[in-house]
Design a protein around this ligand. Sequence first.
Ligand SMILES: Nc1ncnc2c1ncn2[C@@H]1O[C@H](COP(=O)(O)OP(=O)(O)O)[C@@H](O)[C@H]1O
Ligand SMILES: [Mg+2]
Length: 251
Amino acid sequence: MTVNIAVAGKGGTGKTSFCALLIRYLIEKKKTPVLAVDADANANLNEALGLKIENETVSELIAKTKEIRGIPEGMSQEVYIEYKLNAALSEGKNVDLLVMGGPEGPGCFCFPNNILRKYLDKLTKGYPYIVMDNEAGLEHISRRTTQDVDYLFVISDNSARSVRSAGRVNALLKQINTKVKNVYLILTKATPEDVESLKEEIEKTGLKLAGIIPNDPGITEYDVKSRPLFELPGDSSAVKAVNEILDSLNI
Ligand SMILES: Nc1ncnc2c1ncn2[C@@H]1O[C@H](COP(=O)(O)OP(=O)(O)O)[C@@H](O)[C@H]1O
Ligand SMILES: [Mg+2]
């Protein structure tokens, strides 16, 4: 059984950083290999994980299958998609990465949606854990109607605006077909005092607060130096906070 974990929220709140630390946690617990899916059009999960993307994004491969000339002669569209999907995977030591790419424009997913879904499902079955870095719009989650999401973490920073945006993500969940079993709010770059001041806003989101991640200078430093967050030491405050949250949820 694959555990599907998705992360969503407003841009700049710390989603990608959280995904990297979540994957770090899963690897430490030997829950590997992890499949990381970057479903943010502005993809950068690879940097946080220290992986180079040399392969095509899923969106680019879809664009190619739309042109007849893009498919080798004698190969069916289905076989081609499966082959390309495997080739689109960037393989790391304990984590593989699939980058979805922009959903708009020539890479629109609508045409071969069913074929893509079928092979994405097949591919994902080989992994005990999938971590999906999403945009606030839940575009990709809503397309994955054949697979439930076990945990959705809605990320907000310590601003009221961002918490309200998390509330909108929660509201959006009611409009999509995908079953999301557990939804939690996580506040990043926040202190317990922030939680106190934001109490009313947090309640209004209808989300359960799973925990807070403090403002960690280590994250800033690693970002400045383009070092993968993945390699943050175990005693960094953000790493400890993420580990505690995940331990408490029994993930
Ligand atoms: N816990 C944290 N402490 C300090 N800085 C953080 C923390 N989490 C994220 N950041 C910083 O906030 C910015 C946005 O983070 P990122 O994870 O890229 O957000 P998103 O994926 O939601 O756009 C980055 O500059 C990152 O270094
Ligand atoms: Mg991001």
